[in-house]
Design a protein around this ligand. Structure first.
Ligand code: V47
Length: 374
């Protein structure tokens, strides 16, 4: 493992040395890792780092995702989930009772939830107070259940809708019980490409600023990168470096999730050379490079919904240490052609982790380990 002469032959000696010394890699190192022909060599470096941080542990969470609506003002070209209005075929908007009923059903299992993950489109008229009421009702129903909800994009949307600052939106949500935010909406930070893919969405600057504001209030957040579409490896590395810089400033990112673009039902059509079986290897490499560049973000998630179960399991050997969770119901990936299941049981997740050679750890929304709370 990490044989010096092998890495020398690949031209990766200095990267190997930095990894062994725990030194920060540069953007140029990131590019060299993307260019390296041997992805197992890249994977072994990432595995070394993940073992230093987490040993042989791979975590999962007993969670329930609730997508409250897919009606969205942003109109991002890649998104197969969104609808422009409630009248469009396939549009949905959940009522308060729909959400609470889903929560009751999921929490009725003897094992209980450790995370409620609420995320959806930026609905043109659904106001912040409506969501605050939902949070309060959810907490009345399940008082100790951590609520992970809304990306930086939704926070900016509420700020516009309510005419208040993003910091105030966050403060109000925190008072109502928000403890954690998912990492979506980061997409790709490069401004030129972002203008092509999601011109109406919060800018890169706004996304990072809002993450920093959440961190300043003690709300932890995750972060993501949507990749495997039109971006270059330079733009990927730039994205990862911007996350790393933000983390140096505000320190509240808990987990990074690289999201491979799923192509079905998307208005964004990829050229032939971007499609095909090499996408699996690219996913493993991207997980590995993320682990290596993001030296200040504790966890890397192989999100089984988007990667598929088999590749997510393999990614545990390429730097990932978390698989996300039981999910129960997922729409963003599945409306874009995800072939993974809708949900998994605890024993399926643990089996997947053990079969890959790791020790399962059940965690909550903020990545603290939980004892089975049956
Ligand atoms: O922001 C949209 C992405 C994100 C597609 O923080 C797509 O724990 C692939 O961020 N193909 C939402 N990806 C999902 C997300 C997430 C999921 C699970 C856990 C966490 C977490 C965060 O999904 C969006 C966008 O980047 N997305 N369309 C697509 N066709």
């Amino acid at each position: 493992m990490l044989d010096a002469s092998y890495y020398a032959a690949l031209g990766l000696s200095s990267i190997r040395d930095k990894v062994l010394e725990g030194e920060r890699l540069s953007a140029a190192d990131g590019l060299a890792l993307f260019a390296c022909p041997d992805i197992t060599a890249v994977g072994a470096l990432a595995h070394h780092v993940r073992c230093r941080l987490h040993g042989d542990v791979a975590s999962y969470v007993v969670n329930r995702q609730i997508n409250y609506t897919n009606v969205c003002v942003n109109g991002c070209v890649f998104c197969a989930f969104r609808r422009d209005s409630e009248d469009e075929p396939g549009a949905f908007v959940l009522s308060k009772e729909d959400i609470l009923q889903r929560l009751r059903a999921a929490d009725a299992t003897p094992l209980k939830l450790d995370e409620l993950h609420i995320v959806g489109g930026c609905h043109p008229t659904r106001r912040l107070d409506w969501f605050i009421d939902v949070f309060r009702a959810a907490r009345a129903q399940c008082p100790s259940l951590p609520i992970k909800a809304f990306t930086c994009v939704e926070i900016e949307h509420f700020s516009r809708l309510e005419g208040i600052s993003t910091l105030e939106v966050l403060q109000r949500l925190k008072e109502a019980g928000l403890v954690m935010m998912p990492g979506g909406g980061a997409e790709i930070f490069d401004e030129k490409l972002r203008a092509e893919l999601c011109p109406h969405k919060a800018s890169s600057e706004a996304w990072l600023r809002i993450a920093g504001e959440a961190h300043s209030l003690g709300i932890k957040t995750n972060c993501t990168m949507l990749y495997g579409h039109l971006e270059t490896v330079e733009q990927r590395v730039d994205h990862l470096c911007r996350l790393r810089e933000q983390q140096d400033r505000s320190g509240g990112f808990t987990c990074f999730i690289p999201l491979p673009f799923l192509t079905e039902n998307s208005r964004l059509k990829l050229p032939e050379d971007k499609l095909g079986p090499q996408r699996g290897l690219d996913q493993l490499r991207t997980v590995a490079v993320s682990r290596l560049l993001l030296d200040n973000i504790p966890h890397i998630k192989a999100y089984w919904i988007m990667m598929g179960e088999k590749l997510a399991q393999t990614a545990l050997w390429f730097g990932a240490d978390d698989l996300d969770g039981t999910i129960v119901e997922e729409r963003i990936g599945h409306m874009a052609g995800a072939s993974s299941a809708q949900g998994m049981t605890i024993s399926q997740l643990e089996h997947m982790i053990r079969e890959a050679g790791f020790t399962p750890l059940r965690r909550n929304a903020t990545f603290e380990s939980v004892e089975a709370n049956a």
